[in-house]
Structures are given as C-alpha cells and as structure tokens.
Design a protein around this ligand. Structure first.
Ligand code: ATP
Length: 419
C-alpha cells in the first residue's frame, strides 16, 4: 500500500516567493488555486498540475499574491519575502524602453550580457528576461556561451536560439533549430584560443540573423556567460562584449567584477550591478557533473516527452573524424614561425579506436574543409561500441542513418548510455 501524499495549501503574499528543492526520488505536484504566480517569468495556469522531479530547484514568485496547493514533500521548502524580483522587473522595463525606441527608429534593440561568478542565477535571470520579453510580443535571441552546462544544446557547445514562446514550466525553452558550435570541452580554459574563435563566429552569425527580421532586430539579444570571471575568464568576457557589440552588462553579485568592467568597458556600454537572489542554490562539482550528464541524456532521450534515439553501425572508412587542437609543445619545439597557440587551432585527424568509446561526436553542417573550426553543428552522436575486427563504430543518434554529414568532430565530453 502506498502512503497518501501530503497535501498542503500555501498562501503567498504580495512580492513573495515559494522556494523548494527535491533531492529524494519523491515527486512534487503543484497547482495554482487562485491569484497569479510565475516560475522564472513563465505564468502558471490556474487549475493545472505541474510535476517536479528529483533535482528540481524551484521558485514560484507572485507580484499580486496567490494560493498554491502542493502535493508531496520536497526536502527543502520555505516562503521568502525578500527577493530581487522588483529590480529584475525594472531591468526588464528599461530593456523594453530600448526595444520600443529601436522599433520606432528601425534600429537594433538592446544586446545585453549577464555576467557573474558561478551559481548566482545568471541562467535564471536570462530565462526571466527572455520570458518577460516574449510575453510583451518580442522575439529576442538567446545566446549561451557557457560551455559548462549547455542550456541550448549539449554541454561543451555554445549557441543561439530565437525565442518565440515563453519557456514551459517543466521543459524550458523550445529548442527548435538552434545555431550551435562545438567547443568540445567544459571550460573555456581548456582551449582559450578556440573558445575566442567560436565566440567571434557565433557573434558574427547572430548579429547577421538579427538584421534579417524586423521584429527580432528590435527585440535584441540576451547573452548568458560562464561563471569563470578571473584572469582568462575575465578576458573572455571582455572579448564577448566586444564581439556581440553589447550595449549593457548586468553584473550579478560581485562588486569586484562590476568595478573591473566599469573600468574596462567603453563609455557607451552601461554596466549595471544587480543583486543575486537568496534562493539560488550552489551546486557542488559532483552535482554539476550530474547535471551535464542529465543534459546529454535529455538530448538523446528527451525530458518529459520521451524521444527514441536510433542505434546503428558506421564503418570507419565512411567517416572522417577530427579533433581541434594538437598536444601543446614548448615554443622551442615548434616549426619556425609557429607559436604554441597555433597548435591549439590545428585540425588533427583521429584514427578510430577504442579511445572513442562513450565520446560525443558532433556532426558538422556542410561547409568547407578548410574552415571546420568555424562550421556549426547539425547534431550529436555518441559512440556506444567500437569493433576493431569489423572496423565499425556503434553510435547512438537522434536521427536514423545515414548521418547527414560524414565529417565528425570529437568532443572531450563522454556519456555512458545506460538505457
Ligand atoms: P552557473 O554558474 O552554473 O552558470 P548560474 O549563475 O547560471 O550558474 P543558475 O543556473 O541560474 O545559476 O541557478 C542555480 C540554481 O539555482 C538553478 O538550479 C536554479 O533553478 C536555482 N535558482 C535560481 N533562482 C532561484 C530562486 N530564486 N529560488 C530557488 N532556486 C533558484
């Protein structure tokens, strides 16, 4: 006999937030009974049941007050009255004014970057600002250059997405037709040179796309960044700000970073300090690794609506596999005129072997062989078996065979398919 789920009715006052976390296997079902409430900018529908699962970290906020019904017992649950939501809403209002001006003058809407150390709510603020923008009828571009988590595609990539609808409560933004580049590592520091090249390319293509559609142009872009904000990490932020031609940077929670950006940014870039929400949950290294793994599983198998990936063999001779970046050599060992840095963008041919097992391979879009580095990807496959005798790879793929392109890029990221 199963024990009946605990049912609780929670009344939230004006400008307050219900926060809960689920660590155990227990699911929590939430329903809005009366009033208005939202999850990171997505409105809850009255009378609809929303299910949250293990790993969920949720904040249901209300500007007007509401009554919620909660079935199940999260591991942590409390109501917070102190939140930065009014400041975030003011930020949105300021962006809306810029969009209206841009619309009237047929110019470009605001291109803004959200920066800050790890776990300060950068991705959440992006989601909130994008949701508020689409709810006002805008069509902003969401850019994610945080290779660690990959909110647009698999971890180890950077990408851009035209946002046409608010994120759904359970699954986030619809990820149809994103523009994605494969970096292949979880930290920009693993290949700083390649990271900069990819950010420049993503910026160039995203800015071009912004110009193709009047509504999109005045809506602008929201750019999510890595939590690495020191030394080379900081230089990457400066480079991204220049490449994307940002007009404003929102700095979450770190005065040092705020002051450094005030000092280093040209005058036409507004640098604004915003507080972090007390609800943002810190994720230790292990949890980050798990969430990366979940992200890849979601790519192949779906989240709530299940996907059914295909598994098939490909002959070694039918594909060309490359990796970007040769092992670092001291400058003294490099050919005359070459620097170690050049090595980091070198295209290296990979001979298939058991070393490919569990690795993610990016399937490149058609492009010139000379510019593989700057070619976007169509999707990803995962190597689930290597047969030396038959000289084949077994791969997990979202699409049936044949692969849309036979040029594949090796990613350092691995995924153990336990299905
Ligand atoms: P990273 O450094 O990994 O990029 P981040 O700064 O982008 O992290 P988020 O991913 O936005 O941070 O937030 C970290 C976690 O905190 C997420 O699981 C998010 O759902 C949760 N979170 C954000 N805001 C709140 C809130 N107000 N209440 C409860 N949980 C929250």
């Amino acid at each position: 006999m199963t024990t009946p789920q605990k049912v609780e009715e929670i009344t939230l006052g004006v400008d307050s937030e219900l926060r809960f976390e689920i660590e155990s296997k227990e699911n929590v079902i939430l329903e809005l009974k009366s009033g208005f409430a939202e999850l990171y900018g997505t409105e809850l529908a009255k009378g609809k049941q929303y299910e949250f699962h293990q790993g969920a970290k949720v904040a249901i906020f209300t500007f007007h007050g509401c009554v919620l019904q909660m079935k199940g017992k999260p591991d942590v649950s409390y109501v917070a009255k102190e939140t930065p939501m009014v400041q975030y809403l003011n930020t949105h209002t300021a962006l809306e004014q810029l969009r209206t001006n841009a619309e009237e003058k047929s110019t470009r809407g605001p291109i803004v970057m959200i920066v800050g150390p790890q776990d300060v709510g950068k991705s959440t603020l992006c989601r909130l600002l994008l949701n508020y923008a689409v709810r006002m009828g805008r069509r902003p571009i969401y850019v994610d250059i945080d290779v660690g988590q990959g909110s647009i595609s698999c971890p180890g990539t950077i990408g851009a997405l035209l946002v046409e609808r608010p994120a759904t409560i359970e699954e986030g933004f619809s990820q149809q037709a994103p523009l994605v580049y494969n970096f292949g590592h979880v930290s920009p520091g693993d290949n700083n040179k390649l990271y900069q090249i990819l950010v420049s390319k993503l910026a160039e293509v995203s800015l071009e796309r912004l110009e193709t559609n009047k509504k999109g142009k005045s809506s602008g872009m929201i750019i999510n960044t890595c939590g690495w904000v020191k030394s080379d990490g900081y230089r990457h932020l400066l480079h991204a700000a220049e490449a994307f031609e940002v007009c404003a940077i929102f700095v979450l929670d770190q005065e040092r970073l705020y002051n450094e950006l005030l000092r280093d940014m040209p005058r036409f870039v507004q640098v604004v300090y915003l507080p972090k929400s007390g609800g943002v949950v810190e994720r230790p290294k292990q949890l980050r690794m798990e969430s990366r793994d979940n992200r890849i599983r979601e790519y192949f198998y779906g989240l709530r609506s299940p996907l059914y990936p295909h598994s098939f063999d490909i002959k070694w001779c039918d594909v060309q596999i490359y990796k970007i970046g040769a092992p670092a050599l001291p400058d003294s060992c490099m050919p005359l005129g070459m620097k170690t840095e050049d090595n980091m963008t070198k295209l290296v041919t990979i001979q298939p072997s058991v070393a490919l097992l569990h690795h993610i391979l990016a399937v490149l879009a058609e492009g010139s062989l000379d510019d593989i580095i700057r070619t976007n990807v169509l999707g990803f496959i995962c190597v689930t078996n290597v047969d030396n005798e038959r000289q084949t790879l077994t791969v997990l793929s979202p699409q049936p065979r044949p692969l849309p392109n036979t040029i594949l890029l090796l990613s350092e990221i691995q995924f153990m398919d336990s299905h």
